[in-house]
Design a protein around this ligand. Structure first.
Ligand code: HEM
Length: 437
């Protein structure tokens, strides 16, 4: 890799294909972090508002709930309130949000997440592993969308469509759900300059939400307590809150996870770091340091061993590093709720700030399978403060499960064919075909 570039050429091409203007902004942000100029790391960009790529400033903004809000112009809460109604405002911030987060703390623990992945994906991941083992090619981008779609169907109890015969969920149904979530996220695409939606955008988004949450009322009433909807009910969440949460999960956890899965796979191959990871897996297996993971065989065995992120397990380390380098939620927006000074800049109530999370994370250096935890960025790819990603453990379990299947044999992969998605909110491979040479 050219050392003056913050990441691989393939990743840069991917960002560019997703949104050229955003790619330019992200790269400028990384450059500003790596070669800081004099003055504040918080800058005003015409047409966008305040912008920063400084991880410390970004975290300070995310943790300062008095001066910054997710609800005001510039934050995603503002989008949701227009789509779902003003009741969302309480769910997204303040006392209602605090209550929701307290009740949902147990929804995606490390252990629950592993179980969810095993149940929703076990057989499908094993089948994909078999394709590779028998010398076939695998489109990891397609597989990621299918898997994430299956997870959503499982989580939200999305019922079998009328007239659908055969097993449910199937790949086709899973893809359809994924694409529906994608359409909803696309509504947010045009909001880099303003989060105010047009009446047409609101109508489209409401239609999609109705489609996605059609199964929630039944699930919330009847689903067993070992399902997400059943757990929501037992945690005391009402139907309205549960539906709101379902929408959130759908939008927050589909494209982001699929993006990280495909891109981390490509990064491992493109940088040659797959060899370092395989060597580390070999070493940990012989010394028994971390122990191979349950899903290593494609979803068969289970284990009670739970690893914290960043532990010695080589795959867990790669999952974290892949999240750092890809940072699928490339930017996080906030509205300024009260005049405040941050990073030496004076921001006024009513303005907005964009945190260039990708830039902040990428500035620490190129992808390395064994890179230790980076203190400055911590896990900024999942945000920080009270809106820190609720599904972080689930996302990590999903990415880890895919990687363990792909590298379950001690053999490198190669990319046979690839294509980046064009004009999307979350940069991703739309096709990434791999094989074991
Ligand atoms: C690689 C995958 C993922 C990434 C990079 C990611 C990133 C993020 C980020 C940056 C935020 C904070 C947004 C903000 O502060 O404005 C967030 C919030 C959230 N994420 Fe994730 N996410 C991922 C996967 C998931 C998954 C799998 C789920 C659940 C199934 C999920 C559920 C949520 C929810 C519910 C929130 C809102 C939390 C709140 O406002 O209190 N995410 N995510």
């Amino acid at each position: 890799m050219n050392q003056t570039l913050p990441t691989t050429r393939h990743e840069l091409g991917l960002l560019y294909r997703a949104r050229p203007a955003m790619a330019g902004l992200l790269l400028a942000g990384t450059a500003a972090q790596r070669w800081p100029a004099k003055g504040s790391p918080v800058r005003k960009v015409p047409g966008i508002g305040w912008v920063t790529a400084d991880p410390v400033v970004a975290r300070a903004v995310l943790q300062d709930h008095r001066s910054f809000t997710i609800l005001g112009e510039g934050g995603v809460g503002n989008l949701w309130a227009q789509i779902l109604g003003d009741w969302v405002l309480d769910l997204f911030d303040g006392a209602g949000h605090h209550d929701l987060r307290t009740r949902t703390r147990e929804l995606f623990t490390e252990a629950v997440s592993r179980d969810l992945v095993h149940t929703a994906w076990g057989e499908r991941v094993a089948a994909a592993g078999e394709v590779l083992r028998s010398g076939g090619t695998l489109d990891v981008a397609h597989l990621s969308r299918v898997l994430v779609g299956r997870m959503v169907i499982g989580l939200l109890g999305i019922p079998r469509p009328a007239g659908h015969g055969g097993a449910w969920p199937d790949d086709e149904g899973a893809l359809r759900i994924f694409e529906t979530g994608e359409r909803l996220a696309t509504v947010a695409l045009g909001t880099a300059g303003s989060t105010i939606l047009t009446p047409d955008q609101v109508a489209t988004a409401r239609g999609i939400v109705a489609e996605l949450t059609a199964g929630v009322p039944d699930g919330w009433r009847d689903a067993p307590s070992d399902t997400l909807l059943g757990r929501c009910r037992e945690l005391g969440l009402g139907l309205t809150e549960t539906s709101g949460l379902a929408c959130l999960l759908m939008v927050a956890g589909t494209e982001t996870a699929a993006s990280a899965m495909g891109r981390t796979t490509a990064l491992l191959v493109d940088t040659g770091e797959q060899h370092r990871m395989l060597a580390a897996i070999r070493a940990s297996t012989t010394t028994g340091a971390a122990g191979p993971s349950p899903e290593a065989s494609g979803g068969g065995m289970r284990t009670a061993r739970l690893l914290n992120p960043g532990e010695a397990d080589p795959v867990e380390n790669v999952v974290r590093e892949g999240l750092r380098v890809t940072s699928p939620a490339s930017v996080i927006g906030r509205g300024v709720a009260a005049d405040v000074e941050v990073g030496g800049a004076r921001l006024r109530a009513g303005e907005r700030i964009m945190l260039l999370v990708w830039s902040a994370n990428a500035a620490a250096g190129p992808f390395r399978a064994d890179r230790p935890y980076v203190r400055e960025s911590r896990q900024l790819w999942f945000g920080a403060g009270r809106h820190l990603c609720l599904g972080a453990a689930l996302a990590r379990a999903e990415i880890g499960t895919l990687l363990r299947m792909l590298w379950s044999e001690d053999r490198p992969l190669r990319v046979v064919r690839r294509r980046a998605a064009r004009g999307v909110l979350i940069p991703a491979w739309s096709e990434l075909v791999v094989s074991r040479p």
